[in-house]
Structures are given as C-alpha cells and as structure tokens.
Ligand binder design. Structure first.
Ligand code: SAM
Length: 286
C-alpha cells in the first residue's frame, strides 16, 4: 500500500454521555484533514466540547454513494479523513458502508477507532448469554413484517438484539407477545449512558406491562435484547399465533386433518404441530 495515499479513520463517538470518547478518537478528529459526518450540525457540538476546529463535509444516507466517490478522490490526493455518525459506531445502523467498501476496494487503508456502540453497551450490562448473538438492526416498521421477523427468530437458540424507536417500542413488544412465549427473558436497555438510563431484565409479559403502564418507558432510545429459545423445548415451541390457528382447526376437524392443514398454513414442521395438538388435547381433557 502506498503511504502517499490518505487513510480513512472510522471513529466511534458517544451515544449520549459526551465523556464516552477515547483519547485516540479526539486526537484523530483533531489531526485529520477532513471529517465526514452524518449531520455536520450535530457533530459540531461534540467538536466544540473537545475544542476541535476542523473541516466538515456531510455524508448521510441520501448522498453517500456520490459523496463517497468524492472522498475517495481526496484520499487518493493524500488527505486523511475521519468518518463519524451522529452517535456510536459508524455503519452500525448508520451511514458509511459505501465509503468503507469503496476505500477497501480501491486498496487504501481503513483504520477503526473503536468506542461506544449501543448494542455492545446493552449486551455488556444485560446479563444474557453473549458467547454468540445476532444483531438484527432496527425491527421492521409494519406490524405484519415485525410478526414475520419475530416468528423467524422464535426458535433461535442464541441471544438476539435489535434497535427500536420510541414510536414503535410498545407496538413492537405487543407483536412480540403474540409470537414468543410470555416467559421468554428480554432486556430493555433505554437511554444508555444518559440521565434516564434504564436497563430492565424481565419476562416478555412483564416487560410489555411495564412499557404499557409507564409513559417514561416509551421515551428515548432503545436496544431490545431477547434470550435464545431453550434447546430442550425447541421441538415443542410454536408461536401464540400458530397455536391459535391450530386451536381453531382442532375445534372443527380431527387431529390428523387439523395438523395437516396447520402445516400448510404456518409452514411449521408436522412433528412440532402434532406434539402441540396432543398437548392441547391433554390440557382440554384434564
Ligand atoms: N451507530 C449507533 C451505534 O453504534 O449504536 C446506532 C445508530 S442507530 C441510527 C440509532 C439507534 O441506536 C437508536 O434508535 C437506538 O435504537 C440505538 N441507540 C443509540 N443510542 C442509544 C442509547 N443511548 N440508548 C439506547 N439505545 C440507543
């Protein structure tokens, strides 16, 4: 790699508390020739706080393809550039991917300056297994897409994490409660590093009640973490919606026909639906 080219520094910035920034990040923001920021007005507050006076260009989701080409040219001319987003680590549910890809593809150097990231901060204080986990970005916007997403994750054996907005946190938990068992452990991490930081670990049913009844629990920024399904229950678990379908069918037809029809409707494996049907018959007889 030729050293006459500039480097792209991907710099993590605070997710609320302005003190959460590394010395190296501050030094980098001071020393680069240019800072590419998601929102230049927003980053100015951070720069002012640390006495940094540097050139800013904007790189947001609506201009990033075009802006990336221009920034790559500047790196080729030898300028060094820092990439920052509004909060946390760029690229994580934030702009920056096209720029980093273009710079890597061109064979130039990309240097991470690690620091805050809401999902990692939430996981570090959640008390749920983190040996393996999946990050799902923001949950889908519509109720039907969210239910499909939760159905897909229902049997995932490892912890999963998603970002949620204050507008959708309640609707999202309601949809989740239709698909996941009520006793599934979840963590709601709200307003991390800020004045009203709240990290609640409880069952899905309790979490829904809490968010429904407490206005403050619907304010701010959210990370939701969901425990994986218990491995020994994998074969039995069906979602609440799937259970409803099976129940309606069982009221009208034989177990065999109801299960066959439920397989067609839900796509769930026959063995699992058959077991659920037998369990329902048992509880009905008891
Ligand atoms: N790049 C950021 C990161 O590294 O976490 C994420 C940016 S994404 C556009 C913003 C979302 O991240 C918010 O809607 C929320 O779900 C989550 N988030 C960001 N800051 C947070 C905080 N202080 N507390 C809880 N969640 C936060």
């Amino acid at each position: 790699m030729s050293s006459e080219y500039g480097k792209l520094y991907v710099v993590a910035t605070p997710i609320g508390n302005l003190a959460d920034i590394s010395f190296r990040a501050v030094e980098t923001l001071k020393q680069v020739d240019l800072i590419a920021a998601e929102d230049t007005r927003h980053v100015k507050m951070l720069l002012q706080h640390y006495g940094i006076n540097n050139k800013l260009v904007s790189l947001h989701q609506h201009n990033e393809e075009r802006a990336s080409a221009g920034l790559l040219e500047k790196l080729r001319e030898g300028l060094s550039i820092a990439l920052v987003s509004d909060a946390g680590t760029p690229l994580l549910s934030d702009p920056g991917m096209p720029l980093v890809k273009a710079v890597k593809d061109a064979g130039l150097e990309v240097v991470p300056i690690p620091g805050p990231c809401a999902l990692i901060a939430a996981l570090s204080a959640a008390g749920l297994p983190v040996t393996q986990f999946s990050f799902e970005g923001f949950s889908p916007r519509t109720s039907s897409a969210r239910k499909a997403f939760f159905s897909e994750k229902l049997l995932s054996p490892t912890t999963w994490v998603f970002y949620e907005s204050s507008h959708r946190i309640l609707a999202s938990l309601k949809d989740m409660a239709e698909i996941l068992p009520p006793d599934r452990q979840i963590v709601i991490a709200r307003e991390l590093t800020k004045l009203h930081e709240t990290i609640v670990k409880t069952s899905l049913a309790n979490a829904l009640e809490l968010v429904e009844q407490n206005d403050n629990m619907r304010k701010g920024e959210f990370v939701v973490i969901v425990d994986g399904a218990a491995p020994d229950k994998n074969e039995q678990v069906i979602s609440a919606e799937q259970e409803k379908i099976l129940r309606v069918l069982l009221a009208e037809c034989s177990i065999k026909t109801a299960v066959a029809m439920a397989v067609e409707i839900t796509g769930v494996r026959k063995k699992r639906l058959y077991q659920a049907a037998l369990d329902m018959a048992k509880t009905k007889d008891a």
